[in-house]
Every structure is written in C-alpha cells, then in structure tokens.
Design a protein around this ligand. Sequence first.
Ligand code: MG
Length: 248
Amino acid sequence: MIILKSEEELLLMREAGRLVSEAHALVEQHLRPGITTKELDELVASLLKKKHAQSIFLGYHGFPAHICTAINEEVVHGIPGKRRLSNGDIIGIDIGVRLNGYCGDYAVTYPVGEISSQVKELLEVTEEALYKGIKKTVIGNRLSDISHAIQSYVEGRGYSVVRDYVGHGLGQKMHEDPPVPHFGPPGRGPRLKEGMVLAIEPMVNAGDFRVKVKRDNWTVVTSDRSLSAQFEHTVAITRKGPWILTAL
Ligand code: MG
C-alpha cells in the first residue's frame, strides 16, 4: 500500500532530508586519502546524536554501522571499518536518518583525491541518471517511466544498471511501497500521485550489471569486479513538480 503524505508530513520529511544533506556535507569536508570509513561513520554518528536523530541503517537486520560505504567495485551496503581510503578510489556513501519520526535517505559517490577521467565519467553518468529519473517523478506519469528513463540513459552511455537492488517509497519507515526499479519498460506500475515520496537510487556498473554479496553477508560487489557508482535522493511528488527533500 502506498502511503500518501500530507503537506505537514512533507515539511517534516524535508527537515529529515536537510539533516541528511548536512551529514553529507560533513563527510565531504573530511574525505581524503588516509581516512578510514569507520572515521566517516563516527562523524555522522556524532552529528545525528547532536541533532537528536537516528540512523535508519544502524540495527537494520543487524547492520552494525550508521552509514553504508561502498569502495570501487563495491556496489552498496558495505560496512565502515578500518580500511583507509586511497588516492584514486571512489566511495559511495549512503546516509539515512529518522528525525521527528520521518526518514530521509540520500547517497553520493565521491572521488577520493584525483580520479581518472574515465572514472569521473562513471560518476557523472550515474548522477545524471538519477536526475533523468527525477524529471519523470511527476503527477500522472507511471512509476516505470522513472525506471525506463534511468535505464535507457545509462545503457545509451555504455554502462549497466544493477537489477538486484531497487529504490523504494519512504515515510515513517525506511522502506515503504512502491519498490522503484531503475530498469524496465515505460508505462507500467502505479500512477504517480501528489504526496508520494520515493527514494530513487540508481546503481551503475562500468561492466556487467550482475552483482553478488560478499562473505560478510552485507557488502554487494560487481560480479566482474568492475567499478560501480550510486547516487540517491528522496523525492516528493507535488503539484509544482518533483521536490528533492534531501537537497541542501
Ligand atoms: Mg534507499
């Protein structure tokens, strides 16, 4: 069941979204070769504590950290730890918070130090794919119009879209209906209505779309070990068009 949000609820979700974007700004300030993913996790944990907010990932099916990190061939759901970032790495950072009962979910893939122009292109295509999807997040469209816009753009640029993990509705819970695939034909699924809130989060691989889960039971990697990037925003559907709740 898709839960539509009132204007009051959207304002609360905007506050949660603003906090997630503040957390990203903090991470970005500290991101450099030599820092560990655990240190990034601690930065976010202390900000959330100060703001009386909670990580929606911590404890989720036993997930042991406040943020998810994904370095290079890692796709999503990596656990922060002792690994130090190196010059030329890319790192996906996914931050989800609950503030005053409502969730915000926002992911960015950052370059660490200097990255090659080839890798830069992967990041640009992935971020642009997210915006191609957001453009379709308007009243009257069907859900899979978002999916199709993302897949056709990504594949047109010579990259692939991960199938095994998809976006989602969100509100008081991190995962609500509907699931939001980033691939598929247009014109399918529910009609988009005012008050729907979706987390759109394409994962784009430089090689094949297939992925697998590592032995820690969390970290998803590309099957062919090619690089992977992800960008995500929480987006509300309004009469004025898509409202990116997680923008700064
Ligand atoms: Mg999400």
